[in-house]
Design a protein around this ligand. Structure first.
Ligand code: CMC
Length: 436
């Protein structure tokens, strides 16, 4: 068997070191022994944006970006999307195994039992301005939940962790739906646990004056599949935030609020909203070549394209494309799909995108489906956040139970001025150039 180690020669000292290789990685701390002398701090790695740094060991999601593979707990995403309900997948992510029939029944009722929110949370949400972005409402309200459940600080108590997990997964659709109706000035619809996770969410969103709102089967299943596809995606920006904030042993609500903040950015979950704005801006197929050219000229990015890990077609985008055609059978074709398809065709045959391995990601088609279903673009990232809460919580639990994890605290390479003496105001002159 090959020697699983790496030998390094430090050309500054001519000393040689051997460090073990485990699962294709060397430990950054093993490099600390490489010093030029006793006063040297030791060698560090420099990796802005964590392009090549594994921050944890995880047994939750497997992703092979070159092959376009995504698996939850070993199960291919395609099989889960075809055969499971969202809560079944949530159980899998959080517990490690698919539930039995009895376990799933109990899990479903447990989650739905916790879908209700305290009346004061409702009043709290009422304080937001009518045009507040739903992600802002969601983020702040999730953070505020910590004040309703102060025992959530007991993050080392497994029973408390489980209770907060069930609460958060159960309440997310309610908070999202209330944020939506608050925006429209419509009365809130309370959760109906009998409807199940996605149908209940649709009921809370869209029920009006009819005695009983009946969600369309195809649309309810489409939402279920979209939720499954978004449930986890290993160490992305929001999940890394969840782990980093959680590592300070903050309560899970504050921690999840931080993850929601990370998700809201246009380069992450906020991209689905941006895709719709982009397609709206392009307007007609004939404008696509000029738009592609402006992307190549560096004027803006092609939103919904590219991924840090996928250098091949995002398997989620493939499934979403299929879901789109099923949804359009019911809602009628969203004309933006034709612009998106043409945009994809042109981009995938263009040298700029080929060279950089830029393919459509999960956000490229999801917004078009959401819009056809009746969601406003500013709701799209919320629709990402509801299912991703499951992934965040699974990763948070894993992090807390990992004996190798400590408070996240990266190092830096200091490039500022050397020590210098204070300059009194009267000696500083009239103008100074300052980096903001
Ligand atoms: N349009 C045009 N050029 C792009 C794009 C894009 N969407 N994405 C990457 N590039 C270029 C980039 O300019 C760079 O070119 P060069 O080598 O000439 O400087 C090259 O491709 C490599 O890109 P990068 O910025 O080093 O890649 P990254 O891994 O740092 O960024 C990304 C990944 C997802 C932030 C980026 O591809 C992007 O901004 N995409 C658009 C936003 C988007 O769709 N985000 C959703 C991501 S998937 C869902 C999620 O996780 O939230």
């Amino acid at each position: 068997m090959a020697d699983e180690s790496l030998t390094i020669t430090d050309n500054r000292t001519q000393k040689t070191y051997t460090v073990p290789i485990e699962k294709g990685t060397v430990r950054a701390m093993d490099l600390r022994q490489i010093k030029t002398g006793p006063d040297d701090f030791g060698l560090m790695t420099y990796d802005p944006a964590f392009m090549n740094t594994a921050s944890c060991k995880s047994a939750i999601t497997y992703l092979d970006g070159d092959a376009g593979i995504l698996r939850y707990r070993g199960y291919p995403i395609e099989q889960l999307a075809e055969n499971c309900t969202f809560l079944e997948v949530a159980y899998l992510l959080l517990h490690g195994e698919l539930p039995t029939e009895t376990e799933l029944e109990k899990w479903n009722s447990e989650i739905m039992y916790h879908s209700l929110i305290h009346e004061n949370v409702k009043s709290f949400m009422g304080g937001f301005h009518y045009d507040a972005h739903p992600m802002g409402i969601l983020m702040s309200t999730v953070a505020a939940l910590a004040t309703f459940y102060p025992e959530s600080r007991n993050i080392h108590d497994p029973a408390s962790r489980r209770l907060q997990t069930v609460r958060l997964v159960g309440k997310m659709p309610t908070l999202a739906a209330f944020a939506y109706r608050h925006r429209l000035g419509m009365p809130y619809i309370y959760p109906d646990p009998d409807l199940g996770y996605t149908r209940n969410y649709m009921n809370m969103l869209w029920k009006r004056t009819e005695p009983k709102y009946a969600a369309n089967d195809v649309l309810a299943r489409a939402l279920e599949v979209l939720f499954i596809l978004h449930a986890d995606h290993e160490q992305n920006c929001s999940t890394s935030t969840m782990r980093a904030v959680g590592s300070s042993t903050a309560d899970p609500y504050a921690t999840a609020a931080a993850a929601i903040a990370a998700l809201s950015g246009p380069l992450h979950g906020g991209a689905n909203e941006e895709v719709l704005h982009m397609l709206h801006l392009i307007g007609e197929k004939q404008n696509i070549p000029a738009y592609i050219q402006s992307v190549k000229d560096g004027k803006h990015k092609l939103m919904g394209f590219g991924h840090r890990v996928y250098k091949n077609y995002d398997p989620r985008a493939r499934i979403i494309k299929q879901v789109a055609s099923e949804v359009f059978e019911v809602t009628g074709r969203n004309p933006k799909i034709d612009i998106a398809l043409e945009l994809e065709k042109i981009a995938l045959s263009d040298e700029y995108f080929i060279k950089r391995k830029l393919y459509p990601n999960v956000d490229f088609y999801s917004g078009i489906i959401y819009e056809a279903m009746g969601f406003n673009p500013d709701q799209f990232t919320v629709l990402f956040g509801i299912p991703r809460t499951v992934g965040w919580l699974a990763q948070w639990q894993e992090m807390l139970q990992d004996p190798e994890q400590k408070i996240a605290r990266p190092r830096q390479v200091y490039i500022g001025p050397d020590s210098r003496d204070f300059v009194p105001m009267w000696q500083r002159g009239k103008t100074q150039t300052v980096n903001a």
